[in-house]
Design a protein around this ligand. Structure first.
Ligand SMILES: Nc1ncnc2c1ncn2[C@@H]1O[C@H](COP(=O)(O)OP(=O)(O)O)[C@@H](O)[C@H]1O
Ligand SMILES: [Mg+2]
Length: 311
């Protein structure tokens, strides 16, 4: 069964359509990321799915409950971490979590378990914590009632690299324990790491949904090859010519469709020309490449990029 289903979800603010008829499904046990720039409609989507703001058009189901008509059941089965913290600075970590547990009617033992599992400083005041510990405490607070689905709106925003990594590790652990995670991010590198599937959202519309490998294929699936050989002969440059090489300051860079046959030809040439290979590396297109290509001017109208989203 799917943990989340969105059908033609739409939100308008006056004349402006913030979320424009988006449809997607999140499978149980998945980490699903909404990737898009500021203003794309990520927070608005989270708010609609979690019952924090009304849905103007379309439908959504979370854990099989209709978000419009079964709001209470939806709320009981989800944890939500919004961009702004909902905890009290003057209370300790433990007091905050206990308070949340009481609100949800959840067993107090859950609080102890969360503090231990995520090594939270139980006796410290929330207001005195570093950004990373604050974020991890807020995530723990969203879990006191042990919901199967967790919504995280920009969980690593404004964190230093180490804290961001710790938060990602926490999300990974929660997912391994069976939680379905819906998260939003505007950070391309983050989309490379955590999620099983990604929806790229731009100006209120989903332009592509899929696994990283599927998204990479959408932009042609070329492999980027970086090369440094010595000596650099005219014959070698001639060989690269069809690949339209450029120099990035350090390496010759080309994009190839069929990396296996390229490497075979390259090895053959090495034997015949006798150059030394100082560097050769291959790299798949990044999610950033995919994002830029799919959201460049004019490309959002191409139906073939998404087809019958979700993939
Ligand atoms: N309460 C609101 N009233 C009017 N416009 C809003 C409101 N909330 C969000 N918007 C607009 O909707 C668009 C999407 O916002 P949001 O969902 O917050 O984007 P994201 O989270 O992807 O940065 C933005 O252009 C934003 O200015
Ligand atoms: Mg947002």
């Amino acid at each position: 069964m799917n943990a989340i289903v969105a059908k033609n979800l739409t939100k308008r603010y006056g004349e402006f359509t913030a979320v424009d008829g988006i449809s997607f499904e999140v499978k149980r046990g998945e980490i699903f990321a909404f990737l898009g720039p500021n203003g794309a409609g990520k927070t608005t989507t989270v708010r609609m799915l979690t019952g924090l703001t009304p849905i103007d058009e379309g439908e959504a189901y979370v854990n099989g409950h209709n978000v419009k008509t079964e709001k209470r059941k939806v709320k009981a089965s989800i944890g939500v971490v919004q961009e702004v913290s909902n905890l009290y600075d003057e209370l300790t970590v433990e007091e905050n979590l206990r308070f949340m547990a009481e609100l949800y009617g959840a067993p107090v033992e859950n609080v102890k378990g969360l503090i231990e599992e995520f090594q939270l400083p139980a006796k410290k005041k929330f207001g005195k914590l570093s950004g990373g510990f604050k974020r991890r405490t807020v995530i723990a607070a969203a879990l006191v009632h042990d919901p199967p689905v967790l919504f995280l709106d920009e969980p690593t925003k404004a964190l230093d690299v180490r804290s961001a990594r710790q938060v990602r590790e926490m999300i990974g652990i929660l997912n391994k324990r069976g939680k379905t995670v819906f998260l939003t991010t505007h950070i391309m590198a983050e989309a490379e790491k955590l999620p099983h599937r990604i929806a790229i959202i731009n100006r209120g519309r989903i332009v592509a949904v899929g696994k990283r490998s599927e998204l990479r294929k959408l932009i042609g699936g070329k492999v980027r090859v970086r090369i440094m050989v010595e000596p650099l002969s005219t014959k070698f440059l001639h060989f690269l010519d069809p690949y339209n090489p450029h120099f990035d300051g350090e390496y010759l860079v080309i994009d190839v469709d069929d990396v296996d046959s390229f490497l075979e030809e390259f090895a053959g040439l090495k034997t015949s020309l006798g150059f030394r290979v100082l560097h050769i590396s291959t790299e798949l297109p990044s999610i950033e490449d995919v994002f830029l290509e799919l959201t460049s001017e004019g490309s959002s109208e191409k139906p073939s990029l998404c087809g019958g989203c979700p993939l």
